[in-house]
Design a protein around this ligand. Structure first.
Ligand code: GLN
Length: 471
């Protein structure tokens, strides 16, 4: 792995952005076995890199990201390039416009080298549901890299790029970050525009950064956030320099430790790694405070009701008529819908659409969907209450080691349950970052820091302290 600073030092030493892009593209080629990329944008990347070199030659360099190769998850549109969401239904879809987050990245001079592999339509925690095949965890090939942004995490972990973008609906940035030993951040809902992100569950989806370091994650977040007239849920908050507080330390900070998070269900070695880090932070001047999140045990069930309900609605646009895959077998209109969708969507996506349509159906709407929305409010209230007495909350990112390959097929329920620590942040819109913290079973453990809305700078400051103590 390497950092933006290291690449910037190379550029300052006379390397060109074109040579950095070429190195990145060569590394993508030599690590093809990991299957982290769906599309590699060779020509486009070299063109953008040449533009960066031109700016540098003219003394008009744009900032920290100018000339830096970056990878983006394949559910974000780039005009004129294929965007598949890892689905057969969009196998040949060419985006007619560019996602705001990507437009902003390119405006900051970043060079997008490729579109990364993912669970189909971002549905999954294992990266095994992609139409283009699973992503391999470079740290242990018998275990998954986490999902659904596993391609982006592996792109960083395997040294093809210094940083990447993913999307997080219920943990899809934080979980793969934890499984591959990198840093991954889900911003506050509304921090980053969702325009041009293929929707999974719109009230939960958020784009966010991956990096080898907390600093790179902060740099990337600074580039992509801000209000967007194309997305009315974006916040009016001004963009910040998220790297400003990275050296502030934790002295005087109150860390909330939810008692529900450190009991049953958490692997003993992971627990020891996290508790060891909390002790070190205490020695640095932080105060640990036990807190309670009484409704948290309902988070996974309410998340899967709300996420699938929204997914069933969002995915109704893939009908075989307007764009995407169309079945050649259909003779009647109904068959066109049914066949295109059942041939175009994979098994997991169909399972989600069925579940979502069921919980929204007239007879069950009150019993499931309305109830889940009520629980969502209770969980948000739990966090609001907890934050009255602490500055940040510490949590595991995953309940244990990365899952063994094949579990999505054999035991999907167990895979859903592994989202226990991450989904509640999406339900309540809070920011969270997963940062490496010790080892368990020879693999890195992820510590998740949860913050108050729009307090990413504070969150990253605590994450940076964790990173320093993890050496
Ligand atoms: N594992 C969760 C799901 O499958 C979250 C996925 C995500 O964050 N995109 O819905």
């Amino acid at each position: 792995m390497f950092t933006i600073d290291e690449l910037q030092a190379k550029l300052a030493g006379g390397a060109t952005a074109v040579s950095l892009a070429e190195e990145s593209l060569a590394k993508i080629e030599s690590t093809k076995n990991l299957n982290a990329y769906i599309s590699v944008l060779n020509e486009r990347a070299l063109e953008k890199a040449a533009e960066s070199d031109k700016r540098r030659a003219e003394g008009k360099t744009l900032g920290a990201l100018d000339g830096i190769p970056v990878a983006v998850k394949d559910n974000m549109c780039i005009e004129g390039t294929r965007t598949t969401a890892a689905s057969k239904i969009l196998e040949n879809f060419v985006a007619p416009y560019t996602a705001t987050a990507i437009e902003k990245l390119e405006a900051a001079g970043a060079v997008i080298v490729g579109k990364t592999n993912m669970d189909e339509f971002a549905m999954g925690s294992s990266n095994e549901t992609s139409y283009f095949g699973k992503v391999v965890n470079p740290l242990d090939e018998t275990r998954v890299p986490g999902g659904s942004s596993g391609g982006s995490a592996v792109a960083v972990a395997s040294g093809t790029v210094a940083c990447a973008l993913g999307s997080d609906t219920g943990g899809s940035i934080r979980q793969p970050a934890a499984c591959t030993g990198v840093v991954g951040l889900k911003p506050t809902y509304g921090r980053v525009s969702r325009y041009g992100l293929l929707a999974y569950a719109s009230s939960l989806d958020q784009i966010g950064p991956f990096g080898a370091t907390v600093k790179d994650t902060a740099t990337l977040l600074g580039a992509i956030c801000g209000i967007d007239p194309h997305d009315n849920t974006t916040s009016t908050r001004p963009t910040e320099d998220f790297t400003a507080k990275l050296n502030a330390g934790v002295k005087g900070k109150v860390i909330g430790v939810p008692k529900e998070y450190f009991g049953e269900g958490l692997d003993a070695e992971c627990k020891a790694a996290i508790e060891g880090m909390l002790k070190k932070l205490e020695a640095e001047g932080a105060t640990l405070k036990e807190i309670s999140l009484p409704h948290i045990s309902y988070a996974v069930s309410s998340y899967y009701i709300i996420a699938t309900a929204e997914a069933s609605s969002n995915l109704s646009r893939y009908d075989g008529v307007r764009y995407g895959y169309r079945s050649k077998e259909a003779r009647k209109l109904f068959d066109l819908y049914a066949k295109s969708r059942s041939e175009g969507f994979g098994k997991e996506v169909q399972r989600r659409i069925l579940l979502g349509s069921y919980v929204l159906s007239a007879g069950f709407y009150d019993a499931y969907y309305v109830q889940a929305q009520k629980v969502r409010r209770l969980i948000t209230d739990d966090f609001n209450k907890a934050f009255e007495s602490c500055d940040v909350i510490a949590s595991p990112t995953m309940p244990g080691l990365p899952l063994k390959c094949g579990m999505n097929e054999s035991d999907p329920m167990a895979v859903y349950l592994s989202d226990i620590y991450t989904v509640s942040l999406n339900l309540s819109g809070l920011p969270g970052v997963s940062v490496p913290c010790g080892m368990a079973g020879g693999l890195p453990v992820g510590l998740q820091w949860i913050g108050k809305p729009f307090m990413e700078a504070d969150l990253l400051s605590v994450a940076a302290a964790t990173e320093r103590l993890n050496k």
